[in-house]
Design a protein around this ligand. Structure first.
Ligand SMILES: Cc1cc2nc3c(=O)[nH]c(=O)nc-3n(C[C@H](O)[C@H](O)[C@H](O)COP(=O)(O)O)c2cc1C
Length: 182
C-alpha cells in the first residue's frame, strides 16, 4: 500500500496549510493510500551546521535532535507532502531545517536516500499575487531535482492570511484534486 506522509511546517494549529493538507490526505486515503502526518512545530530541529560528518555515525546526521525521527518517517514514505506557509517569501522556519538536513542524501556513500519518492508542495500565503511563491517554488523544484525526488504539481493558495481563509474560494477543491492525484 502506498504510504503518504504530510510534513506540517506551520506553527499554527488548524491553520490554512494544515486544513489543505488534511483535505489532500483524506482524498488520497479514499483512493487507498495509507496516510500519516508529522507536525514540525514543537520538535527540536536544528539547521545544518556544515560539519561534513554526514553518515559518520551510521545515521544520516550527527546532530542529536528530533530530525532522526523525521528522517525515519520520511524513509518509510513513498510520497512526501511538504506543507508550509510562506514566510518572508520562502519556507517557514519550522520547514527550513528539514531541507537543510537533506544534505546527507546527496552523499555518494549515503546509506539510503530519497530517490524515486514523490513530492508535492502545499503552500499558503497572505499575499494576493500568485508570484509571491516564486522563491519557494524554485527552492522546492531545484532541491527535488538534486535529491531525485519526483515533484508533482504544487498546490499554492494565495490571498489566505487569517486561519480559515482557505475555506473560501477554490482552494479546498484544488486540494481534493491534489489528493486524488497522489
Ligand atoms: C512571520 C511571518 C511571515 C510571513 N511572510 C509572508 C510573506 O512573505 N508573504 C506572504 O504572502 N505572506 C506571509 N505571511 C502570511 C502567511 O503566509 C499566511 O498567513 C498563511 O496563511 C499562514 O499559513 P498557516 O495558517 O498554515 O500558518 C507571513 C506570516 C508570518 C507569521
Amino acid at each position: 500500500m502506498k504510504k503518504i506522509l504530510g510534513i506540517l511546517g506551520s506553527p499554527r494549529k488548524g491553520g490554512n496549510s494544515e486544513t489543505l493538507t488534511e483535505r489532500v490526505l483524506v482524498c488520497a486515503g479514499e483512493r487507498g493510500a495509507m496516510t500519516d502526518v508529522i507536525r514540525l512545530q514543537g520538535l527540536k530541529l536544528s539547521g545544518c551546521i556544515d560539519c561534513r560528518k554526514c553518515w559518520s555515525r551510521g545515521s544520516p546526521c550527527v546532530i542529536d535532535d528530533d530530525m532522526g525521527k523525521v528522517h525515519d518517517r520520511i524513509r518509510e514514505a513513498d510520497v512526501l507532502v511538504f506543507a508550509s506557509p510562506l514566510y518572508w517569501y520562502t519556507w517557514s522556519s519550522q520547514m527550513k531545517p528539514v531541507w537543510d538536513r537533506f544534505l546527507p542524501f546527496l552523499h555518494d556513500e549515503a546509506g539510503w536516500d530519497l530517490k524515486g519518492k514523490k513530492a508535492v508542495l502545499v503552500a499558503t500565503a497572505g499575499d494576493d499575487k500568485p508570484d509571491a511563491f516564486n522563491g519557494m517554488v524554485f527552492s522546492f523544484r531545484t532541491s527535488c531535482e538534486l535529491l531525485g525526488l519526483d515533484h508533482m504539481e504544487p498546490l499554492l493558495a494565495h490571498g489566505v492570511y487569517e486561519a480559515g481563509d482557505v475555506n473560501r474560494g477554490k482552494w479546498l477543491e484544488m486540494a481534493v484534486k491534489t489528493g486524488r492525484s497522489l
